[in-house]
Design a protein around this ligand. Sequence first.
Ligand SMILES: NC(=O)c1ccc[n+]([C@@H]2O[C@H](COP(=O)([O-])OP(=O)(O)OC[C@H]3O[C@@H](n4cnc5c(N)ncnc54)[C@H](O)[C@@H]3O)[C@@H](O)[C@H]2O)c1
Length: 358
Amino acid sequence: MMYGILINGAGWAARQHAAAYCQRSDCRIVAVNDISESRAAGFVAELGLEDVRLYTDLSEAVRHPGIDVVSVCTPQHLHCENVLQAAAAGKHLVIEKPAAVRPGDLYRMRDAVAGSGVKTVVSFVLRWNPLLITLKKMLADGIFGEPYYVEVDYMSYNGSWWGGWNDARTVRQGVSASLVAGCHAIDAARWLSTTDPNAAALPKEVYAVAGGRRKGKTREFNPLNNTWKEDAPPMEYDGLEVILMEFTNGVRAKVCVNAECVMPYRFPIRIFGDRGTAIDNRIWSEFFPKQNDWMEFPVILPDSSDVSHHPFQAEIDHFIDCITQNTESHCRLEDAVRSHEIVFAAIQCYQTHLPVPF
Ligand SMILES: NC(=O)c1ccc[n+]([C@@H]2O[C@H](COP(=O)([O-])OP(=O)(O)OC[C@H]3O[C@@H](n4cnc5c(N)ncnc54)[C@H](O)[C@@H]3O)[C@@H](O)[C@H]2O)c1
């Protein structure tokens, strides 16, 4: 079987999707769609792709012969219409996060996908980071016993260093720090709050507060080179969100989304169970009798904001396996909707100051 791939949105994240498909002998990129034809042409040239048709209109691109999978890598406010179009054309979908910017769009996408029978994966790509894979396996193996509390933080001073920032920084197109980027931590908290090896915990109640000092300011930090800029376009939403979750299995979780921390990117993880604890890659467990210091295992941590560090290859490999074996991804749109619902519940809390039951 050879899968024909259409890359939609030829930007930063798309380069990693394309590189991952290129590593596979059963995938071939046959078309690239971007609002800018020159950007699409540069993308194809940079990746050394041959026999690729360029499009500037997705409705035409999805009709290109031989397309099986569409990677949706446009800015997030376009994902809904892109997914509706591609699902209607019967194409399997890799959908960049956030999957949508409004709850109603999410549900329309979910229903359209269900009706079309296509397979999906949403790029909560950290589910394939080696540390998260190891912790998930340790949870399933009972190393921590029954988890009761999980913390995951997203600490990233997002700004002009990111090409997608001009879309992401606005309320209309990015919505909030937790939707546009911190959703990775919310999804990881769900993923690490259950001993089920193939599922993420489901929300029962959410409460959240927001604050910080960056909103509306034009002075911007660049964590990549430790410099400041004075005239940057401002972030329109709060930079700090602290989100508390209770899951249906009784586990509590806390996610801090900090989009104004003056420091290099970090993605710290803590898991507390009734038989052991994980602090990132350091473990303490009843299963290791006479343990007298933290056991640290060498592994790639999720501590970089650079997409080339993210495990897109493992995500794409997983998704192609799902298509080939006719199975559903644990990170399919239907599941990812639950991570987005937590974001929208948090936003509701900022207005009502009341917990949101599910
Ligand atoms: N999973 C991750 O870790 C991760 C990392 C980075 C970005 N992302 C997500 O990927 C998406 C894209 O982000 P990016 O950083 O690659 O942005 P980007 O700006 O580098 O790329 C977006 C591309 O979409 C194109 N585009 C814009 N409007 C279009 C339209 N109407 N039709 C077709 N193409 C259009 C742009 O020309 C650009 O080439 C965002 O949703 C972002 O949140 C996810």
